[in-house]
Design a binder for this molecule. Structure first.
Ligand SMILES: Nc1ncnc2c1ncn2[C@@H]1O[C@H](COP(=O)(O)OP(=O)(O)OP(=O)(O)O)[C@@H](O)[C@H]1O
Length: 257
């Protein structure tokens, strides 16, 4: 069964990325898994949005579909008002490269390149030059200072993730998608990365979407959407860790009924 459940509107602000009636099924027949069952969501521009939900609820699938890393079976995605779904593969790759930034749990830095080279790599691949003033601003924001000439193996996990944040920021993307960005960090380094993401929104007006399992992490966001079984089941504005925990608890209790 595919039902459509429209997300509660998180805010009246402009929309960075929107999904409408998104469905995605893996496998077929008895083995079919309905990862998205008609998800509609508006991710506000210049805000920090967290996506939460139990394991297997569809968070990564939704993020991948909104980011053009994967295609929905049906439904539409618009990025800054322009259609993303329906683009041919080449145009989709270009849109991802030019208009989106990514931060991954495992950092995904190129081990043979220095921090600076990693930060500038997406621009180089796109044949674009870095705006020097913006590059300096980004590097100052992530606080890597003298570490820019170091390779990833010479950096702590927290420092590597700050390189990844700088790499995502430097092209001024319409949206940065962060998939469990603190999942591989200790709590102190994780908190530093969350504070940095918060600053990117507050100081640079960057739009950020973050998938997380961590209520403390989600509490850094302006809004949280909750997925369960491929549908959006709740949303919070100005979340607290306790508020997020309460929603997560009610989702798991509803399964026990
Ligand atoms: N490539 C795939 N092939 C088959 N099933 C998949 C595939 N990717 C995801 N799924 C299934 O789709 C559902 C949603 O997966 P998804 O990874 O989006 O959930 P999630 O909320 O991100 O989970 P987690 O919190 O554990 O990372 C799950 O039941 C998962 O097993």
């Amino acid at each position: 069964m595919t039902s459509t459940l429209t997300a509660p509107t998180l805010t009246s602000a402009a929309t960075a990325v929107s999904g409408r009636h998104l469905t995605k099924t893996y496998g077929s027949g008895d083995a079919a898994v309905h990862a998205l069952r008609g998800v509609s969501v508006d991710i506000p521009a210049a805000e920090f949005t967290a996506v939460m939900g139990p394991s297997g609820s569809g968070k990564s699938t939704l993020m991948h579909v909104l980011a053009g890393l994967d295609r929905a079976d049906s439904g539409e995605v618009h990025l800054a008002g322009r259609p993303l779904s329906g683009l041919a593969e080449k145009a989709l790759t270009r849109a991802r490269r030019d208009r989106l930034g990514f931060i991954f749990q495992q950092f995904n830095l190129v081990p043979t390149l220095t921090a600076e080279e990693n930060i500038l790599l997406p621009l180089r691949l796109a044949g674009r030059r870095a705006d020097e003033e913006w590059y300096d601003t980004v590097v100052a924001a992530v606080g890597l200072g003298t570490r820019l000439t170091h390779r990833p193996s010479e950096l702590s996990g927290g420092q590597q993730q700050r390189v990844a944040v700088a790499r995502a920021l430097v092209s001024r993307p319409a949206v940065i998608f962060a998939d469990e960005p603190t999942g591989n960090l200790d709590s102190r380094a994780g908190a530093e990365v969350l504070t940095l993401l918060r600053r990117c929104v507050d100081e640079f007006g960057q739009s950020i979407v973050m998938v997380t399992h961590d209520p403390l992490g989600a509490a850094h966001a302006d809004g949280v959407v909750f997925l369960d079984d491929g549908q959006i089941v709740s949303a919070l504005r100005e979340p607290t860790a306790d508020g997020v925990l309460a929603v997560m608890r009610s989702i798991s209790e509803s399964k026990e009924d």
